[in-house]
Design a protein around this ligand. Structure first.
Ligand SMILES: Cc1cc2nc3c(=O)[nH]c(=O)nc-3n(C[C@H](O)[C@H](O)[C@H](O)COP(=O)(O)OP(=O)(O)OC[C@H]3O[C@@H](n4cnc5c(N)ncnc54)[C@H](O)[C@@H]3O)c2cc1C
Length: 640
């Protein structure tokens, strides 16, 4: 199929205010040189922040370490990747002072970096790429926080993973978070509702509602209700069908982004935990001879190769994210023999499912001008560098557009938004050649039948849409729609033996036609929403897709050209039975190996109806308990 997806920045979207990106030259790592993507800023640096103070503590303390403390040494746990999952594991596994823990992170430290702290930048400062640096993608994401639907998670257990169910998910999700409620006035007026029992109060990940909100979400909710989409009091309790005011990983007390580095912050200084940055791992090493028993890893530092060993009974935990984890496995000789042979890599474990089953959420932004721009808050004005400068000053006082966030999110089953639902659902692919695909599809069909939330609608306060540019001075709402459970499956494989070369990503978007047909209905529903009162009265012209895109065929073409990824790539090292497409078992051990696990978004076998950071935090919390031996219930169930 001729699909030409956009992965770039929509015309006229926010770019860096001129003063931001070049000041404060501070890769805070005492250990290594600045890497290519180190963030460099100009005047004025933001006032010292709690994170910056923490960075100073770290530098004088012992988290960030130097090469001589790592190269040739041995650790009980070597974690590859200091991203979202990696730092959860680092903090939890080092709670036992008898265990030494090392994190090797490919990118820089970026601690206390204003480019990361500053909300309302929506990844623009990072070209919308997967995060490289401490915190990983939690440091570059759009900071939306929502938990998946209950049955999405229970499906993981039904697919052969005892213990990976909603009950445990909720327990670990609550453990990781600390919810800061909004003021009583805002909560009542803007329906920022939640159920206290379902949220944590002591976890490292601080959540809240952004201090500045767009101003249309209540009107939008009323409009959705008129169209049969109910309001949800608490969207994080496992039922996502309806419209809600969702949370963000921005601390409302400081207006700063919260990343997985918060786990290190909460852990405090620990002599048994070391983090080496600018140290990309090239491959995982094994004991010579039969099988694959982990002996350590080979990593690069300052252009040189180094090794670090696992202690007796030690483990390597691969947390390089769904794009890089399959690549690291393949470079280590674990994967499909055909692919490894083509790269000249000796096969140590023939595991054909490595890098398969890739799933992703996509965004299609339908953008409208706002009729009465003065009434609403959007990031459009920040396109003007002078205005952006002004708002940076306001931000230092805890005010202005850099404290603005996305709030309104709604989800619905196809049957609630389209008269064609029955016809489209009858085209559901049920079989599939790949091992285990039929079982995954059966789960997806069950969600259809239950009326689970298959479509998502996120209202971005600004212009996030292709291809027509915004008119100067206009303000926008972009209603972005996402398909929660795509049927198509992609692949991600190493493309060369060079560990620094990117892997080859073939997402196979729309390979299954049902994905395209569903998407067309979602775009049509956005247009219906925009024509329904009271929301309709807020809107001026539709900028994208625009008046020329009318028929289903037009919409289909527009989608094929202009869909963008939401960067939720998952499932490339799926936790499934080995003969059903599995790469890891329910204790996250890589099949055919000893002392090697994968813990990140790549292990989730089916992508759920949620933005993915909350999933990674909960999965990593549960994984930490399993690795520490607190998850024995799983083995008991597996063998029993
Ligand atoms: C632009 C963007 C916007 C997003 N928006 C949202 C959102 O609003 N809400 C939401 O819930 N989710 C969002 N997500 C998704 C979410 O942030 C990710 O799914 C999640 O953070 C992934 O966690 P992870 O641990 O699997 O991988 P990551 O957090 O990406 O961590 C992987 C880490 O491994 C490191 N690494 C990679 N290769 C190597 C190697 N060879 N050696 C050593 N280290 C290595 C990387 O540098 C990185 O630090 C977004 C993601 C992006 C990129």
């Amino acid at each position: 199929m001729d699909v030409n997806f956009h992965l770039g920045t929509p015309p006229g979207t926010l770019t860096c205010p001129s003063s931001l990106p070049k000041a404060l030259k501070h890769d805070l790592s005492p250990a290594g040189p600045l890497d290519d993507d180190s963030l460099i800023h100009t005047t004025p640096p933001l006032a010292p922040t709690p994170s910056l103070q923490f960075a100073t503590t770290i530098m004088s303390g012992s988290f960030l370490t130097t090469l001589d403390q790592v190269s040739g040494k041995a650790f009980d746990y070597i974690i590859i990747g200091g991203g979202t999952a990696g730092l959860v594991l680092a903090a939890r596994l080092s709670e036992d002072p008898a265990k030494s823990v090392l994190v090797l992170e490919a990118g820089g430290a970026h601690l206390g970096d204003p480019m990361i702290d500053l909300p309302a930048s929506y990844g623009k400062f990072f070209k919308n790429e997967e995060g490289k640096g401490l915190g990983g993608s939690s440091a570059t994401n759009f900071y939306l926080w929502n938990r998946p639907g209950e049955e999405d998670v229970n499906a993981w257990e039904r697919l052969g993973n005892p213990g990976w169910n909603w009950k445990n998910f909720l327990k670990y999700s609550i453990k990781c978070e600390k919810l800061i409620p909004a003021s009583e006035e805002a909560s009542t007026a803007e329906r920022l509702t939640y159920d206290e029992k379902l949220h944590g109060a002591d976890g490292p990940v601080v959540l809240g509602w952004p201090n500045m909100r767009p101003g249309w979400d209540v009107v939008l909710q009323d409009t959705l209700e008129a169209l049969g989409i109910p309001r949800i009091f608490e969207p994080q309790g496992g039922d996502r069908v309806g419209s809600s005011m969702d949370l963000s990983t921005v601390d409302p007390r400081t207006n700063k982004r919260v990343t997985s580095v918060a786990y290190l912050e909460q852990a405090g200084t620990r002599p048994n935990l070391k983090v080496l940055v600018n140290a990309p791992v090239a491959r995982i090493l094994s004991v010579p001879g039969e099988g694959f028993t982990t002996s350590g890893v080979e990593f690069l530092f300052g252009g040189e190769k180094h090794t670090v060993s696992t202690a007796v009974n030690g483990e390597v935990v691969l947390s390089a994210g769904a794009i890089k984890s399959p690549q690291v496995l393949e470079l280590s000789g674990i994967g499909d023999t055909k692919i490894l042979n083509a790269l000249g890599i000796e096969t140590k474990v023939d595991l054909p499912s490595v890098g398969t089953n890739a799933q992703d959420h996509l965004f299609a932004g339908v953008a409208y001008e706002l009729k009465d721009p003065e009434k609403y808050n959007t990031i459009d004005p920040l396109l003007d560098p002078a205005v952006a400068e002004e708002h940076l000053k306001l931000y230092a006082e805890g005010k202005g557009l850099f404290t603005l966030g996305i709030v309104g999110i709604s989800m619905a089953p196809l049957k609630s938004i389209s008269d064609n639902a029955g016809e489209i659902e009858s085209t559901v692919p049920t079989g599939g050649d790949a091992p285990g695909l039929a079982e995954q599809r059966a789960e997806q069909v069950a969600r259809f039948k239950e009326g689970a939330a298959n479509a998502e609608f996120v209202t971005i306060p600004g212009f996030y849409s292709f291809p027509n540019p915004p008119s100067p001075g206009a303000k926008h709402v972009s209603v972005c729609t996402t398909l929660n459970r795509p049927f198509s499956r992609g692949t991600i494989h190493a493309a060369s033996r060079d560990p620094l070369a990117p892997p080859e990503i073939d997402p196979h978007y729309f390979e299954e036609d049902i994905d395209r047909l569903t998407y067309i209905e979602q775009v049509k529903f956005v247009r219906k929403l925009a024509q329904t009162e009271p929301f309709a009265s807020l809107l001026g012209r539709e900028v994208n897709p625009g008046p020329d895109v009318r028929s289903d065929a037009d919409i289909s073409l527009w989608l094929k050209k202009y869909l963008t990824t939401v960067h939720h790539t998952s499932s490339t090292c799926s936790m499934l039975p080995r003969d059903k497409g599995g790469v890891v078992d329910p204790e996250l051990r890589v099949y055919g190996t000893k002392g090697l696990r994968v813990v990140d978004l790549s292990v989730v076998p089916l992508i759920p109806s949620a933005h993915t950071q909350s999933i990674v935090y909960a999965v990593a919390e549960q994984a930490a308990d399993i690795i520490k031996g607190n998850g024995l219930y799983i083995t008991a169930k597996c063998t029993g």
